[in-house]
Ligand binder design. Structure first.
Ligand SMILES: *Cc1c(COP(=O)(O)O)cnc(C)c1O
Length: 368
């Protein structure tokens, strides 16, 4: 047994609230008196229908989702959405506008471009213009009025970049589609600004396996009938999310996380805590006299994924190895970026950030 608490800074699949894991443990063999596990029950039975219904209602409440939006829990992760949005919404349009601001939006752009019937236009290039140290400002996006939609990633999980001001969108622009995987439910957003919001669950919602897709109703009319049903949003909506077997257990877990978040006071409350956690950590980096560095433009620093490094690759390696021995897990940065990355999603308690900062200061004393 470890003599101290473990804090898990994984970028995804990521930390879940301990109370949620305990509830799942208690209900593992007998869900709510049914005598069976959520994992082994029919997705068409009453018990699961109720789980799905409440998960949707609670998410609607938490995000204040307007009635003219549909909510789906699909499979395939955010990566499947990169092409599913083109398949469903681009038919009959000249082009799609793609904003590239970091690793995931670059992948999205390249994957969309494989669907050769549609021209994917690079509306902003954060690699060329900012070497992924800043996000291309919304006002600089080169948007085609007749594009099918504009796609962007609001929080870049790998590079630690975030659109800190959520874009406010005008109704006469093409609908805005947002990959919100690594920040959904971490701060308040106005859903009505978006045509579609999607998010893989494994960052801020639950275990891997479910993907939340929030779609403005009028866009469903675009889903062309030549798209096979399993990829077609319209067929999932028409069958109330039961076109085929949904990811039942991840949806159940997501529902537990939604209730946990409500008990914390909802998104408004968690946002305040998230802002404080991020500020503490960036302050610790900035006040280390250059021992730790984060070279993202201050206004684009992610409040969810805090990347930092020392001046020396070998010291980074030492940091990562020693941090594990101190109960701080999975701080290694993404391969292509190197250094460290602390993902501080909703379920990371303040005590975890405090423990990390204490370790950083101690490490600096020994090696600085
Ligand atoms: C993790 C992540 C993805 C990829 O999610 P998968 O579920 O692995 O497909 C896409 N976009 C963002 C912003 C992410 O953080």
């Amino acid at each position: 047994m470890q003599p101290f608490p473990i804090y898990n800074f994984s970028a995804g699949p990521a930390v879940l609230p301990e109370s949620v894991l305990r509830t799942a443990q208690n209900e593992m063999l007998d869900y709510n008196g049914t005598g069976i596990s959520v994992m082994t029950m029919s997705h068409r039975g009453d018990a699961f229908a109720s789980i799905l219904h409440h998960a949707e209602q609670d998410l609607r409440q938490l995000m204040n989702i307007p009635n003219n939006y549909k909510v789906l829990f699909l499979q395939g992760g955010a990566s499947a959405q990169f092409s599913q949005i083109v398949l469903n919404f681009a038919h009959g349009f000249e082009c799609v506008d793609a904003v590239v601001s970091g690793n995931w939006s670059e992948i999205a752009y390249k994957q969309m471009a494989k669907l050769t019937q549609t021209h994917i236009h690079l509306a902003a290039d954060g690699k060329r213009d900012f070497q992924y140290k800043n996000v291309p400002p919304v006002a600089s996006w080169d948007i085609h009025r007749d594009a099918a939609f504009v796609h962007f990633v609001i929080n870049e999980t790998v590079h630690g970049l975030q659109y800190r001001d959520v874009p406010q969108w005008s109704a006469d622009l093409p609908p805005l589609i947002c990959d919100m995987s690594s920040e959904i439910l971490s701060r308040q957003v106005n859903v009505a600004d978006f045509g579609v919001i999607y998010a893989g669950a494994q960052k801020n919602i639950g275990p891997a396996g479910a993907t939340v897709v929030i779609i403005r109703e009028d866009l469903l009319e675009r889903c062309s009938s030549h798209v096979p049903d399993v990829w077609n949003y319209q067929s999932h909506v028409q069958r109330q999310g039961m076109y085929n077997t949904p990811a039942t257990y991840p949806i159940y877990m997501a529902g537990l996380v939604f209730r946990w978040l409500q008990a914390q006071g909802g998104v408004e409350s968690i946002q305040k805590i998230n802002e404080l956690k991020a500020k503490k950590l960036y302050d610790a980096i900035d006040q280390s006299g250059g021992f730790y560095q984060n070279d993202i433009y201050p206004d684009a620093r992610s409040q969810m994924n805090v990347v930092f490094r020392t001046q020396d690759i070998e010291l980074d390696e030492k940091f990562i190895q020693e941090s594990v021995l101190n109960g701080l897990q999975l701080l290694r940065g993404y391969k292509a970026v190197g250094g460290m990355r602390a993902s501080i999603y909703n379920a990371m308690p303040m005590a975890g950030v405090d423990a990390l900062i204490e370790f950083m200061q101690d490490f600096q004393k020994r090696y600085g």
